[in-house]
Every structure is written in structure tokens, then in C-alpha cells.
Design a protein around this ligand. Structure first.
Ligand SMILES: [Fe+2]
Length: 220
């Protein structure tokens, strides 16, 4: 039997909440960020209106999933609490993965991401990926870039930094434009949960290259 988004309303609420964040969140005066926010929410609304297919994937956890509960608890008292509450309802359907063929052993214990909407599902879409990335306390996510893909992170829980530029709190939006190198560090006390949006050509989103810009200095 074909299952559509309208048959799995909790997923619809997840995207409704993400759409709200991109709709109501400030662009901080940046026209580039404002146009990214607009592109993301216009694409979400086009996809949701088409009532896309729901193709369940095999749920999977990774070692960092042990921090999921704490991350959601923190998010629950933050500015994105409505999103964190609906994430509790879909948590058993999430497929956590690494993306990279070779993940440094230390990173494999501390990081994973899951896709919620995109070419791999579970909600089928082209031109946009919406997902979550979870980091354990004290993680350094090595420098990397995404060619032809514009990426934004929205912070749900935890304190983190990108390229040592600032400390971002829940509710912050960070835009990484195509080919821009970025490296993430996470505070040592709490896990960090980010929602991300990737927007780019469908063929690139179907087969994104997960590649670090250079190998971490020390592979443990
Ligand atoms: Fe990235």
C-alpha cells in the first residue's frame, strides 16, 4: 500500500515546525540569509503540497544516540521546543548514519545524522534535504565543504562554534554557502542537536560527496 505524508501526520508536523523556523526566524539583516530562508520554505511548501510518498527506512542508532534524550530535553526548554516535542513522536523511525565511508573512530562514537525528508526518504523529496545532526559533548567535526549545496544549521540544543568564529546558542541559524569550508566544535558539558537544510541540484543531493577537506590531524 502506498503511504503518503498525509497518512503520517507527525511527519507533517515536523516539517510544519521547520517551516515556521525558516518563516519567523530573523535573517539578522542579511539579504543572503533571507533569500536562503525563503528558498527553503518555498521548497518545503511545494513538497508538502504534493503530498509526497512516505517510504520507511530501517531505524538505526549509532553510539551518539545515547545523547539523544538529553539533547531533546534541552531543546524542550529552548526556543525550538515545538519542534523538539514532535521529534519525540518520530524518534523510533529515525535512521542515524555517518555518510562518510571512512569515519575516524573517535568521531564514530560522537556524531551521526539522520535524514527526514529527501531523496532517501523517509519523506520523498527532490531538491531539498531536511535532517538532524547530533554531536556528543566535546566533539570536533572536521573541516569539510559541500559543492553546489547550500547548507543551513538551526540549533536546537547545546553550545557550538563554527570555524572558531562565535558561540551559537539554541535558535541560531548558520548558513554555509556552497564550497565554504567549515569545522564545528561542541561545548564539553552538553550534546548539540542541529536541524539542517540542504538545498541544491537534485542530482547532487541524490549522491552528495561526504568528504573531509583534509584528514583530522590525529586519527585515533
Ligand atoms: Fe556541513
Amino acid at each position: 500500500m502506498e503511504i503518503r505524508l498525509s497518512d503520517v501526520p507527525d511527519w507533517g508536523y515536523v516539517f510544519q515546525e521547520i517551516d515556521q523556523v525558516y518563516r519567523l526566524g530573523s535573517a539578522g539583516g542579511s539579504t543572503i540569509i533571507r533569500s536562503h530562508q525563503r528558498r527553503v520554505r518555498e521548497t518545503i511548501s511545494k513538497i508538502v503540497k504534493s503530498n509526497p510518498y512516505y517510504t520507511p527506512r530501517q531505524p538505526e542508532n549509532k553510539p551518539v544516540s545515547a545523547h539523544w534524550g538529553r539533547a531533546l530535553d534541552l531543546a524542550d526548554s529552548g526556543p525550538l521546543a515545538n519542534l523538539s516535542r514532535v521529534l519525540y513522536r518520530v524518534e523510533s523511525q529515525l535512521t542515524w548514519e555517518y555518510g562518510y565511508q571512512k569515519v575516524p573512530r573517535e568521531l564514530a562514537k560522537r556524531y551521526a545524522y539522520c535524514e527526514m525528508m529527501g531523496p532517501q526518504g523517509p519523506i520523498q523529496a527532490e531538491g531539498l534535504i531536511l535532517g538532524l545532526v547530533l554531536f556528543a559533548p566535546g566533539t570536533t567535526y572536521p573541516q569539510h565543504r559541500h559543492d553546489e549545496i547550500e547548507e543551513s544549521y538551526i540549533s536546537l540544543a547545546g553550545a557550538w562554534s563554527e570555524n572558531d568564529n562565535a558561540v551559537y546558542a539554541p535558535g541560531s541559524l548558520i548558513l554555509n554557502r556552497s564550497t565554504q569550508h567549515h569545522r564545528i566544535t561542541v561545548g564539553i558539558r552538553e550534546p548539540c542537536l542541529l536541524a539542517y537544510a540542504w538545498i541544491g541540484p537534485p542530482e547532487r543531493l541524490t549522491a552528495p560527496e561526504f568528504r573531509f577537506s583534509k584528514l583530522p590531524r590525529r586519527q585515533i
